[in-house]
Design a protein. Structure first.
Length: 189
């Protein structure tokens, strides 16, 4: 009798768009369960393993942060193309989060404050130059949550979502089971 082949690991990609990496830190906060996780999944394009380009299709894409520039839109679109299931992880991915606070202010005013007339401009940017190098991603008129750019399949609330929630969600996605979100998961006051 031939030995039973181990089930294929699910392939997971992760990225941080307009986020602070706090959601990735929360993923790492699953602590010793990381050893269990690497038995269940193989990480592909991700800051976790520093793989920078997709060379294979992925089962699950975890996206932190929304889109504040054209590079974010490009990366998110690539994730949609290469990941069967796409998860918005954290408030920045779900609704723009802190970066979206600028959405109430016209872009010109934001740039004026940051580069031309703000309190620190004289010290930090004495030439009063608004950066426009072609290598710098172009800022968007506002910050877009991920679901306004591509279809997202699941949303994990929190800033950041707790390590337990990320762990439960990953196990549910990998095993194909439903994830029952408890009320306390999305009640923040
Ligand atoms: Fe950081 Fe919170 Fe945004 Fe996650 S949701 S990227 S922790 S600000």
């Amino acid at each position: 009798m031939s030995p039973k082949a181990a089930p294929a690991k699910k392939i997971v990609a992760t990225t941080s768009l307009a986020g602070c990496f706090g959601c990735h830190m929360s993923l790492l906060d699953i602590d010793e369960r990381l050893f269990d996780l690497i038995e269940l999944v193989e990480f592909h394009k991700s800051p976790i393993d520093d793989i920078k380009t997709f060379t294979k299709e992925c089962d699950i894409g975890l996206v932190e942060g929304g889109c504040c520039n054209d590079e974010n839109v490009h990366v998110l679109t690539e994730f949609r193309k290469h990941c069967r299931v796409l998860v918005a992880v954290g408030e920045c991915a779900i609704m723009g989060g802190l970066p979206a606070m600028r959405n109430t202010i016209p872009l010109k005013e934001c740039l004026d404050e940051a580069y031309l007339g703000g309190a620190t401009v004289a010290d930090c940017n004495p030439q009063r130059v608004i950066p426009c190098d072609p290598d710098i991603p172009k800022i968007l008129n506002r910050v877009y949550p991920c679901h306004e750019v591509v279809k997202m399949d699941y949303f994990l609330p929190g800033c950041p979502p707790s390590a337990d929630l990320i762990w439960d969600a990953l196990v549910a996605l990998v095993s194909g089971k439903e994830l029952a979100l408890e009320y306390r998961t999305f009640k923040f006051d």
